[in-house]
Design a protein around this ligand. Structure first.
Ligand code: GRF
Length: 195
């Protein structure tokens, strides 16, 4: 649970590995006057992540973490998060699985966005699989992170219709647009809720 408890803004750290459209949408949200969050930090495991540019443009500090040794990487991350007084974490296209060590320290304080209607289609290549299975709907989900992959409590979910003409690419574009919309909404819902 995260609460403002008199604080003006909650300190958020966003984890990315790539493009960063969800990071961008959360940055835009953080700039709204009534937004309950301040993005204090961006962490990436990929030096070349395009999303880093959104951090740079907005004067948000970003830190690259070398993940060659996962244990050491996570120890570093924990020290950094504590130093920055991070209230909660948003995973936004972060392609590493966090171990229980971090998850337990930030219990119910880590959000993730996943491109499917969880609990269906956990894991990778969701769009490819829904098309292969001739599903009529897919969608995206913002959920809390727990020890099991893509299995934590659902905060917000939105359905997207799959058309006959949809390909993996067209569908991923459609879903991504919705992802970018729901992540800020999910954060709003999460802050000061009893989740
Ligand atoms: C999104 O589809 C998200 O659901 C998944 O990774 C992708 C990240 O996209 N976890 P972006 O880097 O935010 O543009």
């Amino acid at each position: 649970m995260v609460k403002l408890n008199g604080k003006k803004k909650l300190n958020v750290c966003i984890f990315i590995s790539g493009r960063g459209t969800n990071l961008k949408s959360i940055i835009d949200f953080s700039k709204e006057k009534e937004s309950p969050i301040k993005i204090d930090l961006v962490i990436t495991n990929n030096k070349n992540a395009k999303g880093i540019n959104f951090a740079k443009k907005n004067n948000i500090k970003y830190i690259y973490i070398n993940y060659k040794n996962v244990d050491k990487a996570e120890d570093k991350i924990i020290i950094i998060l504590k130093k920055h007084n991070i209230d909660f974490i948003c995973l936004a296209g972060f392609m590493k699985i966090l171990s229980n060590k971090i998850i337990n320290i930030y219990k119910n304080k880590i959000l993730n966005i996943h491109p499917s209607l969880l609990p269906r289609y956990k894991g990778l290549n969701t769009h490819k699989r829904v098309i292969k299975n001739k599903e009529k709907f897919t969608g995206c989900t913002v959920h809390l992170v727990n020890e099991k992959l893509d299995s934590g409590k659902i905060i917000l979910q939105k359905k997207v219709r799959i058309l006959k003409k949809d390909s993996e690419i067209s569908l991923s574009k459609k879903v991504l647009k919705i992802e970018n919309k729901i992540y800020p909404k999910a954060i709003k819902k999460f802050v000061n809720s009893n989740l």
